[in-house]
Design a protein around this ligand. Sequence first.
Ligand SMILES: Cc1cc2nc3c(=O)[nH]c(=O)nc-3n(C[C@H](O)[C@H](O)[C@H](O)COP(=O)(O)O)c2cc1C
Length: 357
Amino acid sequence: MTKLFSPLTIRSTTFANRAWVSPMCQYSATNGVVGPWHLVHLGSFATGGAGLVMAEASAVTPEGRITNACAGLWDEEQVAAWRAVTDFIHTQASKVGIQLAHAGRKASTMRPWDDHVIATESEGAWEAVAPSALAFDGYPVPHALSLAEIDALVGHFADAADRALRAGFDLVEIHAAHGYLFHEFLSPLSNQRHDDYGGSLENRSRFLLRVVGVIRDRIGDDTPLFVRISASDYTEGGWDIDQSVELAKILRDASVDLIDVSSGGNVAAATIPVGPGYQVSFAHEIRDKASIATSAVGLISEPTHAEQILQDGSADAVMLARASLRHPRWALNAAESLGEVIAWPVQFDRARTLRGP
Ligand SMILES: Cc1cc2nc3c(=O)[nH]c(=O)nc-3n(C[C@H](O)[C@H](O)[C@H](O)COP(=O)(O)O)c2cc1C
């Protein structure tokens, strides 16, 4: 049996396989409420055999959205809309997770396909927040969060975790990567605070740790909790793999089950050595040195490559983003190419053989 198609159990959740769909913003929600696009988009990965479908970065407050078309989980209408998606995914052999997010100083932008980056007032722009009043490249200077505002955000994450369970999600992932709010706190390049949230690694991790604590309290012992991090800023004086390993140990001891290992996003000019599996070594190092489960992501598209990553002990699961968009039934086809026989949706059975009608 391949590793890719062997099950993985974390707490009370068993994933049928380790071919997972990475979270992908669709910039297609209205007031944070997802709709038919999200059902078809995410549902196609479930009919495609993915062991886990991670739903996109979903903001815990309206101001935490990247764009005003991003998904959210701050009200009951959003809970009901997500429920339609999770109910469908649960008709298949897949699990579904939600990525809880706050965009920090990278909030209030336009969708990638719009003709400009920063939203204007008439487009509903709002003031972005961050640990320090330091702008991301070319973005407006954000407002530095007060202690009371940090406290309030911790509460918003806790409430969103409650809603995630009511919306039917099997797990929660905290988005602490890609230059968004938690990453901004972690990196000395974007966090120049002089209070309990800045300076030492312990202080820079404090906001994330508090949120891990309140989310674990709300979701209980049965539900898996993942954290996505950027393992490196690829910039002198920034966040790096050694700090990531230390953070992973702290998160492991704080009841986090898996580190979803990405990189970059906090420094626009950073040079990232992009290539197949370019972030896999980070996942491997964190898994080895911090003794915690990891998922690997980043230019993984071949089934044999995905299998090799798991065989090498680099990660416990692989996540695919763009390859999933290109081939929503990636997992069904990958199983076949690796010689594994897995269940297909019965409606698709006739496609298993192309001989005759
Ligand atoms: C359309 C799109 C939207 C994305 N949105 C998110 C997101 O919501 N949260 C996140 O952590 N990463 C997001 N990413 C990054 C992916 O999850 C993934 O880490 C990255 O694309 C590298 O994996 P890949 O080479 O398999 O695409 C997005 C990527 C794409 C292509």
